[in-house]
Design a protein around this ligand. Sequence first.
Ligand code: FVH
Length: 289
Amino acid sequence: MANISILGLGAMGQALTARFLQQGHTVTIWNRTPGKAASLVAKGAREVKSAAGAIAASDVTVMCVLDYAASDSVIDEAASALSGRALVNLTNGTPAQARAAAGRVAGLGAAYLDGGIMATPPMIGGEHALILYSGSKATFDAHAGALEGLGAANYLGADAGLASLHDLALLSGMYGLFAGFFHASALIDSEGIRAASFLKLLSPWMTAMMGALPEYAEKIDSGRHGVNVVSNLGMQAASLDNILTASREQGVATDLLDPMLELFRKRAGAGFGDEDISGLFELIRRKSG
Ligand code: FVH
């Protein structure tokens, strides 16, 4: 069993602490605002009054606060305690923020492991919880047992920004899915049909469409979007136009899908109407040079 400290007792910090305690670890906790520790102390956690005190109490400290402005200020406050310690930062942020934090923490003589939590607090410790890590491999290896207790632990590499990059990319996929669902729900709601009943049709349809992703991924990776004789981009642009026209006729706002049609038209207008819609990727990817 390990000695672990937790910085931040928001919804996620509470869930992480509860899980570590459940697994039999010795857990020291700190939160900026007092008053959030009572139930965890009742379960065996030890509350301390400063972030530095928490870091000093354990070999490894897991931080999970609102954002990097918050985690940076905690690092500033506890700078003197960090030398020789290991910090695992599960705060959500950007790759650049993670890399900057890794540099600062290394400068203070500590090991830095960044992480992206792909789970809600109630999911922590459950079979669907996934946590992505990148940064100090030595820290990951030394504490993999405890970290695995929170959810499947996936180490992505020594670059501290990789966990955040993958986290935000996975969330992008999620928000795209939700956006499609919300627009579809608004469309059927315009005729009084309940979203829950429509889901019986939508779920299997979306699952079937997921089958197209491996081919799109191949085309994205190769940069060749091929002539599509079955469902080309030009045909799909007309179809998406129909969806937006119908939505307006039904009194449904088209804000979620307007940018997509704009990209379809741009790509078709550039002469790629006979290709696959994976060609839209070329309009949004980072330009080299
Ligand atoms: N909750 C979720 O569903 C998601 C799941 C995926 C990962 N996220 C990220 O986890 C980070 C923490 O999220 P949270 O749910 O615990 O957030 P809150 O319940 O709002 O608690 C916020 C904690 O952050 C502390 N805090 C805020 N500002 C500061 C600061 N300047 N210095 C020190 N601590 C700070 C706050 O403390 P207090 O307000 O109680 O004093 C809470 O402990 C987050 O990155 C999610 O994106 C969660």
